[in-house]
Design a protein around this ligand. Structure first.
Ligand SMILES: Cc1cc2nc3c(=O)[nH]c(=O)nc-3n(C[C@H](O)[C@H](O)[C@H](O)COP(=O)(O)OP(=O)(O)OC[C@H]3O[C@@H](n4cnc5c(N)ncnc54)[C@H](O)[C@@H]3O)c2cc1C
Length: 344
């Protein structure tokens, strides 16, 4: 049995049948037999029970800087003309460590994503985003290997079909791909993205200052999984029609809603949970975080079924109050592999 306690940030005591660390892509040449789950940092997964299969843990390292590009996207031999740089990163590198390293080298673009836990290889899967930036916008290519056939493929940004917490890697038929490397195209000049609450009224002289602010904001609001088990936002923010927003506004003037280019509106799931009286609640050893209701926390020694029960309770309360269905952002796994929300 392979202990998964250190490989899920919910800090649940669960086991897989076996586990393999993948340190270089060639480690995937040994074929996998039977069910498998790929894991990076385990910061976006909920194991609802022990897993009767193999976990493949991505620890492929390496950060390769270059080439530099001019504003037209051509390799630039003249340093002073270079506006961007390509950076190829091993999927097992921690995203936050990458951001810190890039900033040290004067490379910008990812600073708004500071302190998001997990690995670079997992980041394209749900197109991680925070403070107005989504990682897919800065990705040039993703390299992956099929764990059964060993076939290696490279997808361009367009082929990855990035959307809100989604990408091609979540679509049916793409789940046997192990992301080995991600190549970013990043700006060399600091262009702050500060149109997000908490950053708007500030001036930042460089990417390091913006990173520092993002870290401070996140530390104020979110529990650190080192001390309090959690997997970040448990549910996705729901999208609704303009008519639905008007109905909500008639009842709750202050409802936070963000217009989208297709005419729909994004609602804040945390606000809905709060209004459904589920912020800071505790059921046994599981609760929702007082400073951000969207985060479900393991208060110590929680069992997987308790986390599931609380998540179901919260979503039922939101449905009762707003007639809206919350969908988990966290990936759910059971004995034989991934489960849908309806299956748990
Ligand atoms: C405190 C906290 C705050 C968070 N804040 C944010 C946030 O602001 N924004 C945000 O978007 N997310 C956030 N998250 C969620 C999480 O950090 C991201 O989803 C992250 O990308 C997960 O990385 P990981 O390496 O831990 O992936 P894991 O949890 O190990 O895996 C997540 C999924 O990706 C798959 N996967 C992992 N690696 C690979 C690979 N190499 N190839 C193929 N599939 C793979 C797994 O099978 C699983 O389905 C937060 C989580 C926590 C705990």
């Amino acid at each position: 049995m392979f202990d998964l306690s250190a490989y899920n940030t919910f800090n649940l005591t669960v086991y897989a049948q076996s586990g393999r660390v993948i340190a270089v892509p060639e480690d995937l040449e040994q074929p996998v037999s039977g069910p498998f789950i790929i894991l990076g940092g385990g910061s976006d997964v909920l194991f609802t029970e022990d897993f009767a299969g193999t976990v493949l843990i991505n620890r492929i390292g390496g950060i390769e800087l270059g080439p530099k590009l001019d504003p037209e996207g051509h390799p630039s031999s003249d340093e002073s003309q270079a506006s961007h740089i390509m950076v190829r990163v091993g999927g097992g590198v921690l995203l936050d460590e990458l951001i810190a390293t890039l900033i040290e080298h004067g490379i910008c673009g990812l600073e708004n994503l500071s302190l998001i836990p997990g690995t670079v290889g997992a980041a394209p899967i749900q197109n991680v985003g925070a403070y107005g930036v989504e990682i897919g916008d800065l990705i040039a290519t993703v390299e992956a290997r099929d764990v059964f056939s060993g076939k290696q493929i490279t997808l361009t940004q367009e082929q990855c079909r990035f959307g809100y917490r989604s990408s091609i890697f979540k679509e049916q038929g793409w789940s046997t791909l192990f992301i080995t490397h991600v190549t970013f195209k990043l700006p060399l000049n600091f262009e702050p993205r500060v149109n997000y609450a908490g950053l708007q009224s500030c001036e930042f002289k460089n990417a390091a200052a913006l990173r520092e602010r993002v870290i401070a904001l996140r530390n104020e609001k979110l529990p650190n999984p080192k001390y309090v088990g959690n997997a970040g936002s448990f549910f996705k923010n729901p999208y609704v029609s303009a008519e639905r927003v008007a109905e909500l506004k008639a009842q709750y003037q202050e409802v936070p809603c963000y217009p989208q280019s297709n005419g729909s509106y994004k609602l804040a799931a945390g606000w809905l949970i709060d209004k459904a009286n589920c912020r800071g609640i505790k059921h046994g050893q599981v609760g929702t975080w007082g400073k951000q209701a969207l985060v479900i926390v393991n208060l110590g020694g929680a069992k997987p079924h308790e986390v599931v029960a609380l998540a179901k309770y919260v979503s039922a309360e939101v449905r009762n109050k707003f007639a809206l269905d919350l969908v988990p952002e966290v990936r759910l796994y059971g004995k034989h592999g991934e489960l849908s929300w309806d299956q748990i």
